[in-house]
Each structure stands twice: as C-alpha cells, then as structure tokens.
Ligand binder design. Structure first.
Ligand SMILES: NC(=O)C1=CN([C@@H]2O[C@H](COP(=O)(O)OP(=O)(O)OC[C@H]3O[C@@H](n4cnc5c(N)ncnc54)[C@H](OP(=O)(O)O)[C@@H]3O)[C@@H](O)[C@H]2O)C=CC1
Ligand SMILES: O=C(O)[C@@H]1CCC=N1
Length: 318
C-alpha cells in the first residue's frame, strides 16, 4: 500500500522531482530489476528496513514510492500548463492531480508527505493558510526552499509534525540530481525520503549548518556549470566547429570528467595532470585560464551564492 505525496508550489523544481519519481515508477513498472541509476551517496537505506509502519505508511515494500500525487500551483494558467507537462510523461504522469489557486489545505489533508517547492518567501504564507495547522499535524514536511531554516519551519507547523530540509537540483528531472537532506532520527522516514530522492539521482544526509553551501554548490551549480559548458562550446564555434557538435563535445566532456571523479575516484588534480602533456596544448590553455583567475572566480561565486542563500526566506527588515 502506497502513500500520497503533495507537492505544494509545483514549478521548475517540483516538476523536476516529480519527473524523476514518475519515470522511476515507470521504469520499475516495466522491469523487475532494481534501477541501475539508483545512487545513494553514502546514505544507503539501512538493510532490513522496509518503509514506515506508522498509521500513515502501512506495509509499504522497501522500494516503495508514493502511489498518489497531488501538485498545487498559484495560477489557473500555470495549472493548465502543468497538466500538459505531466501528461507528456506517460501513464504515471497522467495520474498527477493538479490544483491551482486555493488547493493547498485540501491537498495537505489528503496527503501523507508534503513537499514544499514554492519560492522561499511563499512557504510561510502556505503554512499559515486557515486550516493548514489541522491538515499538516503529524505529517512529514520536506521543504526545498533555499534559506528557510528548520527553526522557521518548525515555528510554522504544529507540534508533532516532522520537518526536514532538502536541497535538490534541476538534474533531478533526468534522474541525475544531487539532493542533500537534513538528518532525522526516524529510520523509517529516512528510508522513505531516500526512496523519493534516490529515484531522482543521488541523495545524502548532511547537517543543516552546511545547507547554504550545498545550495550554492549543488542547487545553483547547474547554472555555473552551464556557463562553463556554453563558454567551451563558444570557443569551439570560434575555431570553426559547428554549434551542435561543439555543444555535444563540451557536454559529454563535462559529463565524462564528472563521472571519472565520481566513479573512478580521481582527484581533479589527477584528472587535469593526466591530460596535460609537457609542452602541449592543454597546459597552454590551462595557463590562460589561470591568468583569467577562473579557479578563484568560481570558488568566489560559490562563496557569494552561499552567503546570499542564507538571506533567502528571511525577513529583509531584520
Ligand atoms: N530552481 C532551482 O534550481 C532550485 C530551486 N530550489 C528552491 O525551490 C523552490 C522553488 O523554486 P523554482 O521551482 O525555481 O520556483 P518556480 O517559480 O518555478 O515555482 C514556484 C511555484 O509555486 C507556485 N505558487 C506560487 N504561489 C503559490 C501558492 N500560494 N500555493 C501554491 N503554489 C504557489 C507557482 O505557481 P504560479 O507561477 O502560478 O504562481 C510556481 O508554480 C525555491 O524555494 C528555491 O529556493 C532549490 C533547489 C534548486
Ligand atoms: O537561485 C536560487 O535561489 C535557487 C536556489 C538554488 C537554485 N536556485
């Protein structure tokens, strides 16, 4: 028996996470084998644990994912677009119920797990809607809102409600995401959360004190990497490569290098040195990058984004 997942504020990230979960369900439905893309970082679910056995999550199998999905948005027009988006995702996508306008409280009433994917400044508004306190009591709330702290979230929900923060990223959409979740002691809920986010890519637990840095590196990271990707392709185009091929070469090169770091366990310095023939073209290019202070610029961008993330969802008057 499954459970119901509510995605409140289902925009870019809500769609990305639901797409990952839905295509995982689609894959599991078509093959009995375990999903090979099912990464867990160092956070494998404890063996022998199935899923929560509390009143809300009866007898779900170990690999269980939600069986019912409800997504809310602000405007009717957004709702219509969202319906089309999910319909294009096949059988499971068509099962997502979309509610626009005033559907948050009803949705939470009907759900077991609530994923808050709204803009950071809307989270409090949603959790303060009339009737929300009663609807959310005792449930699991997962907020992906950058900068919104657990202590803020706890102050907006009634006692007995479990609150965690998660920081996913846009590649969740193709099940290559990276999600960091704040630790929680309940092993059954940990498993449930891992099941959701490992169906979208990698997932690991990290203390909240690291969340602003995680937001910068993994949450904002796709934008930073896309800038590098575009610049590499532009350079290729400048030197006569057709645009499509230049982009393919650059994207596959970034992916391949990332996978060597992840799966072959190679340090970036080893990866760099192994390409760099003495007197060759790579060192010539590298020195130009060093002259342009690309390394410190990227590191400073993470620093600035981290500091900025800390202020999101906070009262600007304070
Ligand atoms: N974008 C990213 O890469 C990442 C974002 N995040 C975090 O995820 C959150 C969402 O970001 P993102 O997906 O980019 O934002 P989007 O603007 O794409 O999505 C927000 C959604 O919330 C809806 N919404 C607005 N008001 C309400 C309401 N009162 N009730 C229900 N839904 C409402 C909007 O609908 P409508 O447009 O109709 O108002 C929209 O669909 C943010 O908190 C951000 O910090 C975290 C990691 C990565
Ligand atoms: O830019 C932002 O604030 C959000 C958080 C991480 C990615 N996008």
């Amino acid at each position: 028996m499954g459970y119901t997942l509510a995605v409140l504020g289902c925009g870019t990230m809500g769609i990305a996470i639901l797409s990952g979960v839905l295509s995982s369900l689609e894959e599991r439905n078509s093959t009995p084998l375990k999903n090979p893309n099912h990464h867990t970082g160092d956070s494998e679910p404890p063996s022998g644990i199935s899923t929560p056995t509390g009143s809300q999550f009866l007898n779900a199998p170990e690999e269980s994912l939600p069986s019912k999905f409800i997504a809310t948005v602000g405007r009717e027009e957004t709702g219509r677009k969202l319906k089309k988006t999910f319909e294009s995702l096949g059988r499971f996508g068509s099962d997502v119920e979309i509610r626009a306008g005033k559907g948050n409280v009803n949705t939470v009433q009907e759900a077991d797990v609530i994923l808050i994917c709204s803009k950071p400044n809307i989270a409090k508004t949603i959790l303060s809607e009339p009737g929300m306190t009663e609807a959310v009591k005792g449930k699991l709330v997962i907020s992906i809102c950058a900068g919104v702290t657990i202590s803020q979230l706890v102050s907006w929900v009634p006692e007995g409600t479990t609150v965690v923060r998660a920081m996913p990223n846009t590649p969740c959409k193709i099940r290559e995401g990276m999600t960091v979740v704040t630790p929680l002691s309940d092993a059954l809920l940990r498993t449930l959360i891992l099941n959701i986010f490992t169906s979208c890519g990698r997932c690991r637990f990290l203390d909240e004190k690291y969340f602003d840095a995680c937001t910068a590196v993994a949450g904002s990271g796709p934008a930073f990497v896309a800038l590098v990707l575009e610049a590499m392709a532009d350079g290729g185009v400048m030197m006569g490569l057709p645009r499509v091929e230049a982009l393919e070469l650059a994207a596959q090169t970034l992916q391949g290098t990332g996978r060597m770091a992840l799966y072959a366990g190679l340090h970036p310095a080893q990866l760099k040195d192994s390409v760099t023939t003495p007197g060759g073209c790579t060192i010539a290019g590298l020195l130009t990058l060093e002259d342009g202070r690309v390394r410190s610029t990227m590191a400073r961008a993470i620093q600035v984004a981290t500091n900025h993330a800390a202020g999101l969802g906070q009262d600007p008057k304070k």
